[in-house]
Design a protein around this ligand. Sequence first.
Ligand code: HEC
Ligand code: HEC
Length: 300
Amino acid sequence: MFTVASLPRLHAQQAPRLGSGQARTARDGVYTSAQAQRGEAVYQMQCVACHGASLAGEIGPPLAGQSFLGDWDRQPLADLFDKILNTMPADKAGTLTRPEVADAVAYILQANQFPAGSVNLDAGEAALRQISLPPAATGASADAVTANMSFPAVGSLSQVMRGILFPSSNVLFDVQAQDPGARPKPGARAEATTTSARYGDVYDAWRVVDAAAIAIAEVGPLLMTPGRRCENGKPVPVDRADWQQYVRGLVEVGRAAYRASQTRNQAAVSEVTNQISDACANCHRVYRDRATLAMRCTQP
Ligand code: HEC
Ligand code: HEC
């Protein structure tokens, strides 16, 4: 008999919720024209080759327009700032100063039609946390394109859980104990963490964390696939409102985990892992952890 795998134990991370009390948005004139002009110079030197002259994307993604704003929807500017500070320019990450990054962000805001104001965008973390990007307009959906394609379920719900959610969440939980950005001590044997053991040197550890978060953020359709069954043969209860709400909750924390991973900040990812385990547990409590296996996936 297969025993139910328990989730890894979590460290009690008592860090305060980040991003609370963002009073202002990028619409409120949070940079100056002069700063955006300096930012344009940084952009021309450091970014244009990959993101294009009109910020529409070249070999990197667009930094202006709907898809960009959708990525940063309601996020604190601090996260966009950290993404650039810690991972850009992609071929020489970590070479920009904080003031240069603030200028580049000002230029990106200007290119996205946010108005200039009378005070420079401050490069300090606390100030950047107080400003968020506004909610993005939801774009036209691709439903029409995909309506004629269907991908019937192959696995049971448990197999999807074991194949995708279990390993992906373990990669994220590992971040609590090990900073993906830490360089191994010279001569020390690499610790057999999930990331290093599974991927070796193929991808750098933060990219493995990014990908694990994406797997969680994108699992929604698989948990909603009509016709999938649980191990006991009961259909996955996709038409129940509470099921849908648990799926949405999981996808939301997957997105939050991705954004945290993008900042390359161990504490931020560790904090999100608590929300991930809650999102798993909320659904498990109702649909998995039942008195008998036969009751799994049935209405409580
Ligand atoms: C060598 C190519 C390259 C250079 C130079 C470069 N980038 Fe990038 N950038 C990328 C790639 C590839 C991605 C997508 C992968 C990722 O997010 O790391 C990216 C992603 C981004 C993102 C995230 C976009 C989103 O929608 O989430 C931002 C913001 C960004 N770059 C800003 C900059 C800025 C500002 C500079 C200049 C200081 C810069 N990049 C220089 C290649 C580059
Ligand atoms: C929307 C509901 C839901 C969410 C969210 C969810 N699960 Fe599950 N999970 C289930 C159900 C129901 C089962 C039992 C499936 C079966 O019996 O086929 C299950 C089973 C599992 C199993 C297999 C257990 C066994 O019996 O072998 C693992 C592992 C698992 N889940 C991990 C996770 C992790 C990790 C997360 C969060 C990242 C998660 N699940 C989120 C509903 C959910």
